[in-house]
Design a binder for this molecule. Sequence first.
Ligand code: SF4
Length: 230
Amino acid sequence: MQSNETIERFLDRERPPFNYERQLFNDHFCWVLPALREDTPTPYELEIQPSSKCNLRCEWCFGTALTCGKLPDKLGSEEMRTIAGRVADLSDEEFGIETVKFCGTTGEPLMNPHTAHTISMFKNLGKRVILFTNGVLLDVEDSAGIPNLDYVALGDRLNVSLDCGSEETFQAIKKAKGFGRIVKNLERIVRRKTELGTDLDIRLSYVISTKNQAEIYQTAKLAQRLGLTK
Ligand code: SF4
């Protein structure tokens, strides 16, 4: 009884849309019961941070101040294959890793040249794949001439951190060019998604500051013109 109240208090500590714990609890309830019995079910999600380097310098990013931003990428194609093999081994009928998420606390996932191809590897294992990216490198091609966005279009969700509605503001907050290139990349991946007939859910994210708050509406209109999900 007391533990029920404790859980309720925990779940209610924030209100929608910030009640992340309640959403997780509802979405993954079958993992909660064994955890309460002190069993250790396989995690439902694997998060991979393929690179600690970034091609932008967003004003709010603590990664720009960390020396670990200069560490070399450790995950090559061999390591990615090993991780995929472990994920396949961990899956059983009752519990298995459902989602593989590529993101980067201090770095851009596509700075690692193996990230995009690895998305198709996990899709072949039947996993739900999510990529968080700044979107600049979606057009970069591999040695076979295949652009990153062709692999990314096979995934389930793409979250592009655009954060503004113009090149001028982009350069002011991210200290590099890229707005126009990202918009072109988004147009291309929307087309590719249609050609391949995939269900890729493409979203823009926006960190609001005094420098970009005036462009929220035009960015929303841009997202609408591009046909993005959210
Ligand atoms: S794109 Fe992401 S990792 Fe790169 S500087 Fe901006 S917030 Fe940091």
